[in-house]
Design a protein around this ligand. Sequence first.
Ligand code: SAM
Length: 365
Amino acid sequence: MNHWPDTGVSAALRQKYATDLALDRDGEWLQAFADVPRHIFVPTFYTQSTDMSWQPVTWGDGGYLEAVYRDAALTTQLDERGVPTSSSSQPSLMLTMLEALDVRDGHRVFELGTGTGYNAALLSHRLGEGHVTSVDVDPGLVAAAISRLRQAGHRPTLAAGDGALGYARRAPYDRLIATAGLQAVPAALLEQAADDAVMVAPLGYGIIRAQVTGPGHATGRFLPTPAHFMALRTSPAPPDLDAVRHERPGSTSVAPQGVLERLKFPLSIALPGYTSCSWKDDRGEVTAVGLWTADGSVATVDSTGTVRQSGPRRLWDSVEKLAATFTEDIEIAHDDFRVAITPTRQTVTYREPGGPSWHLPSASR
Ligand SMILES: C[S@@+](CC[C@H](N)C(=O)[O-])C[C@H]1O[C@@H](n2cnc3c(N)ncnc32)[C@H](O)[C@@H]1O
């Protein structure tokens, strides 16, 4: 692999980047962002053109270093269909999550989703490499991350595998951080958490911060910051949009235009892992929307309010229910949502006590 030099230019860009990131913050992480060269971890990233094709940008290309030391997520790996499978997350979001993790000297940290290795390097810089364990499902990414981490002077424990299973050999962990989107907190991570451990993890379109309160138990709430991470890798079945066309039509008073965008955070809790799409006319106006979940449920709604639903769950009914709870005058604040985890159930509640609540899917993954 190439070893990109840390030139005066990259060091100067990085210093400004770290200072800008840490503005208005307590600065605990400033030194790590200033010292760890992000460009070592992102030797190439991909930008998408208007025709949707991806172009690589690498060391030596105009604007490469400026882009690496900008507060932006960078796509670092694509699958054969051009779908992003790994990225270096937006640095300000990484900082928000690291601050929420509230690490102290001596803490042992587990990271789900090594990706480029940049976050593992920041953690190693702050805590020492012996306190950091990171797992990615993609062995190729892990091999590259090990090599880049060494180049940056760190040798944390890295492993290839399903991060939802944790890494029992190095447990217990005082802090656990996930950088791939979860639908529920994996049971193994709770089992491998120390007493009073803190976990920070993307869940739906938000990030939870939960404190372990006993074996298999934790409570917490969502951070105010909206966020979306690439999901844990699985192979969701594609929707059968053709089959739903033959379903008996119903009607809805919830206009499809804009509603999925406005409700996307509570929808991501009520229908974990859902996907949506929209159809537009020549003027770019939305004429219909569709949504589906991995269990094969599908709903489509057109602009006249005609609904068709198929599969085990009536997805548009869930949208209607959420639209009735979160009426347009309500500003949906992520930190109004709390999480309660027990060994048998994980529940998100809005403005408890007594607020609407949703059970997350089985906590095994
Ligand atoms: C947003 S990237 C992680 C960014 C990373 N922390 C960094 O600093 O570059 C998400 C990563 O999660 C990984 N991932 C997806 N599913 C996973 C799983 N089940 N177990 C472990 N890693 C997984 C992906 O391969 C991808 O590299």
